[in-house]
Design a binder for this molecule. Structure first.
Ligand code: SF4
Length: 467
C-alpha cells in the first residue's frame, strides 16, 4: 500500500474513534496549561524565542565548522566520531562494532534517530537483544508499535491498557496505579542496565565548544543506559550542534517549557568522552555517530534550511488541530505532526510524502508555538509548491485551468451560478447511484448550498436601488 493510501485509511480510522480523540485532546490541553504556566519563568518569552532562533541559525549556517570543532575536542578525550551519510551507513557501523566487541545485549535510551533508521529492527534481526529503557518507548516496544508522539511515545494509551500489556508480556498483576506500573517496568529493566554490553542513546544537543553531548530526560534511564555498559554509542543528527556551552542555559529550559511544560527537565547530563584515567565509572568506549541521512539535502535548500533548527520539543504537535484528530500513527513517519510533515518529504522523497503537507489547515498554531521560530506552516506551503513544480498532476492542472476560465469570464461565471442549484438538486441522485465524482470529499462533509440570491443578483439589486 502506498504511503498516501495508508495515510488516508489510518486517518479515517482514528478520526472515527471519538473517545480516543477526546482522551488525546484532554491530555494535550493539560500540557498547554502547564506550558503557559512555565513560560512565566522567562522574563520575555518572545525575546527568548528570538535568541534561541539566532543560536540555531548560527549553528545551522556554520554546521561544517561547529561539527569539526566538536569532533576535534571529543576525539582528544578518546571518543570516536563516525560520519554516517545514510541510515544504512550508520547501521553498518553499529552492527560491525557490536560484532567486533562480542556484544550480546543492548540497552537503549530514547533516540528518534534510531527510529528513523529502524535500528532496533536491524539489530534484532542480527540476533542482538535490544531493550528500550525510556518508559514510553519500553511500552511501545512491548506493543510492537512505533512511538505515537516523538516526545510522549505512548500518550494514546490509558492506564488499564498499559496494565493489561504488562500483565500479558511481563506477567505482572493488574493495577490502576501509575506508580506501580512504573515500578513493574523499573524492576524488569534494572537487570538489563547491569548486563547490557552496549548502551545506545541519542542526544538533544552537541556542544562544539566543549566537545560534549547533552541529554535531557525525566527518568534517569539515559544516565544508567549510557554509564553502565562498557560501550556507549550516541546516534545524533548533525543538526543538533550548538556553538557554545552557554547556549544550553537558554535552550535547555526552552526545550523543557515548550516540550513538557516544565521549567527544566529532571536530569540534564553532559557527556564528554569515555572513562578517563582515574575515573571509577563510565563507558570504556564512546562512539558518536553523526547522522546525515538527507539532512544536508535540506541544508542545501536556502528557503527551507531553518527546518533544521528544530529542537524536537513536540510543541507544534501538541497545538496542531490535525494531530489532535488523526493522532500520531496516521502520519506513518518517525517525526509526526507539522514538523514531521515539513521534513519527511525531504528525508524520504517529496512525491511519496507530499500528502503530509496537504494535511494542514495552515492555521499557523505550530509556527506560533515553535520556540525556535520555524515558519512551519509556510514550509508546508513550500512543500506543496515544490511538489507541483517537480511533477505536474494532469487532473489538478485541468481543474485549475477550468477555474481560471470560469473566473476570468463574467458570462461564464454567471452561467455557472445559474446552473449551480440544478447541480445541487441533481447531486443526491449521483450519490445514491454511486456515481458521485465528489464522493471522497462529500463522504465526511456537507456539500455547500448554492447561494440564492447570488452575490451578483444582490449587487445588481443594490445598484438599482441606489440609482
Ligand atoms: S518545529 Fe519547533 S515546535 Fe515543532 S518540534 Fe521542532 S522546535 Fe518544537
Amino acid at each position: 500500500m502506498s504511503a498516501v493510501t495508508q495515510f488516508h485509511a489510518d486517518a479515517e480510522r482514528t478520526t472515527a474513534d471519538v473517545p480516543r480523540r477526546d482522551f488525546i485532546r484532554r491530555a494535550l490541553h493539560g500540557y498547554e496549561v502547564k506550558r503557559d504556566e512555565s513560560k512565566s519563568a522567562f522574563a520575555n518569552w518572545q525575546h527568548a524565542r528570538d535568541a534561541a532562533a539566532a543560536i540555531k541559525y548560527e549553528a545551522v549556517n556554520h554546521l561544517d565548522r561547529y561539527l569539526l570543532e566538536f569532533e576535534e575536542k571529543f576525539t582528544a578525550r578518546g571518543g570516536k566520531v563516525f560520519w554516517a551519510s545514510s541510515g544504512a551507513h550508520a547501521r553498518r557501523y553499529i552492527l560491525d562494532l557490536a560484532r567486533e566487541r562480542g556484544v550480546k545485549s543492548i540497552i537503549k535510551s530514547k533516540a528518534m534517530t534510531s527510529e528513523e533508521i529502524h535500528l532496533n529492527f536491524v539489530l534484532e534481526r542480527h540476533g542482538y537483544e535490544v531493550v528500550e529503557s525510556d518508559l514510553g518507548e519500553f511500552i511501545q516496544q512491548l506493543k510492537h508499535e512505533a512511538p505515537y508522539h516523538f516526545v510522549f511515545p505512548c500518550m494514546h494509551l490509558k492506564r488499564d491498557e498499559i496494565s493489561a500489556l504488562f500483565e500479558k508480556e511481563l506477567g505482572s498483576a493488574p493495577t490502576d496505579s501509575p506508580e506501580e506500573l512504573t515500578t513493574i517496568a523499573r524492576r524488569f529493566l534494572r537487570r538489563f542496565y547491569i548486563s547490557a554490553d552496549m548502551g545506545i542513546s541519542g542526544a538533544n544537543f552537541i556542544v562544539a565548544e566543549t566537545g560534549m553531548i547533552s541529554i535531557t530526560e525525566n527518568e534517569g534511564n539515559a544516565r544508567l543506559a549510557t554509564a553502565m555498559p562498557k560501550i556507549h554509542v550516541a546516534l545524533i543528527g548533525i543538526e543538533k550542534v550548538v556553538p557554545r556551552l552557554a547556549d544550553l542555559a537558554l535552550l535547555l529550559p526552552m526545550l523543557a517549557t515548550a516540550g513538557t511544560g516544565q521549567n527544566i527537565t529532571c536530569y540534564n547530563s553532559m557527556y564528554g568522552g569515555p572513562r578517563q584515567e582515574g575515573e571509577i565509572d563510565g563507558p570504556e568506549e564512546f562512539h558518536v555517530v553523526l547522522l546525515d541521512n538527507h539532512r544536508t539535502r535540506l541544508l542545501a535548500d536556502a528557503q527551507q534550511r531553518d527546518a533544521l533548527h528544530c529542537i524536537r520539543c513536540g510543541a507544534c504537535l501538541n497545538v496542531c488541530p490535525i494531530f489532535k484528530n488523526i493522532g500520531g500513527h496516521a502520519y506513518g513517519t518517525t517525526y509526526q505532526g507539522p514538523i514531521g510533515s515539513v521534513i519527511t518529504p525531504h528525508f524520504r522523497g517529496l512525491q511519496d510524502w507530499k500528502h503530509l503537507s496537504g494535511a494542514s489547515s495552515l492555521c499557523g498554531a505550530c509556527t506560533e508555538a515553535c520556540p525556535v521560530k520555524i515558519d512551519i506552516h509556510h514550509h508546508l506551503l513550500h512543500n506543496r509548491r515544490n511538489a507541483v513544480a517537480e511533477k505536474k498532476v494532469w487532473w489538478e492542472r485541468a481543474i485549475w485551468f477550468g477555474f481560471v476560465q470560469l473566473m476570468s469570464r463574467p458570462w461564464a461565471y454567471r452561467l455557472a451560478s445559474r446552473l449551480a442549484p440544478v447541480g445541487q438538486w441533481f447531486h443526491p441522485f449521483l450519490q445514491n447511484s454511486g456515481l458521485d465524482p465528489l464522493a471522497a470529499w462529500t463522504k465526511t462533509r456537507e456539500f455547500p448550498q448554492a447561494a440564492t440570491p447570488t452575490f451578483g443578483d444582490y449587487w445588481q439589486q443594490r445598484k438599482a436601488v441606489r440609482k
